[in-house]
Design a protein around this ligand. Sequence first.
Ligand SMILES: Nc1ncnc2c1ncn2[C@@H]1O[C@H](COP(=O)(O)OP(=O)(O)O)[C@@H](O)[C@H]1O
Ligand SMILES: [Mg+2]
Length: 357
Amino acid sequence: MVTETEVRRALAGVIDPELRRSIVDLGMVRDLRVADGQVTFTLALTTLACPLRDQLATAARQAALALDGVQAVNITLAEMTAQEKSALNGSKAQEGLAEKLNHVKHVIAVMSGKGGVGKSLVAGLLATSLRRSGYQVGVLDADITGPSIPKMFFPNGARPGASPVAILPAETRTGIRVMSINLLLEAEDQAVIWRGPLISGAIRQFWSDVLWGDLDYLVVDLPPGTSDASLTVLQSLPMSGVVLVTSPQDLSRMVVRKAAQMVTQVEVPLLGLVENMSYFICPDTGKQHEIFGPSRAEQMADWLGVPLLGRLPLDPQIAALCDQGQIETYLSDVFQPIAEQLVEVAPSARKPMLSGM
Ligand SMILES: Nc1ncnc2c1ncn2[C@@H]1O[C@H](COP(=O)(O)OP(=O)(O)O)[C@@H](O)[C@H]1O
Ligand SMILES: [Mg+2]
């Protein structure tokens, strides 16, 4: 049986595009009742002549209908009182405040043609290596439906900090600032069943309403492939460039090419390619085995016309550390050069104040 709390939570995912906040936070959802799969509520708008009226009602209806057990949604439209409107306008003034306070020098997104090639792992290791070199680093988890960044960094879970003007990212043990939908959900395994526009809205909010502060690098973990969400990131964030991740099992070169083409089309620099799970070093003999067949990394990089940043081994230790929320303890002499190359190619990188972390 679907509960009022579940419906409220689903409606909280509907963002007013103008005020850039959830319709629940804005107090627009009133008199919510749920009985026998029938959801009824009043949607209070600033004005009934609101041009976004139908769009908001449709998004709210879809969000509720997406829940298991909801058969029908009855929405009554109403207008807010003058007092309520002025309160909302007050909150509007604070919108985008975080964005004004943030100073992010470089935004680097990590992308792949398909899932499971180790994109999140590369994003996590990149953040870890950059932090170790003394940079101020953030990770924006843009994989809204399959977020995996928090699990790599927080063994005991984490919550974002509260501030009256913005969302504060959670901070890892070495001081990496992290924002992910998983930090906002009540249960870590809760599924996010949102349609494209909602997902894009959440990503935009992770940029504009999160108080990232001063960052040298913001690493963005994209969802697999060329979805709306990836496009949102590439088009609405001030991108320095994109790192492509592949694995030797990536049989469909076309899928990788498609991802590369999307990046080029929106005129974002492709910084290079990382081949993950490229080889395995036998712990007994120290011999290197290309267990998924010979590496095609060079060939792939040539074909895409991008530099090969490096090849990562298949390493059971890194998988274990990721599962334990201990990615920051992984010492990789293979990954550090990749991060250093990125610092070189990301334009106008400034040397950090800190060092020797
Ligand atoms: N080089 C590697 N060695 C061992 N395990 C890896 C490696 N790269 C990725 N994995 C594991 O494979 C799984 C998928 O990786 P992930 O980074 O989540 O992929 P993606 O983000 O591309 O879907 C994870 O469990 C991760 O720990
Ligand atoms: Mg991932």
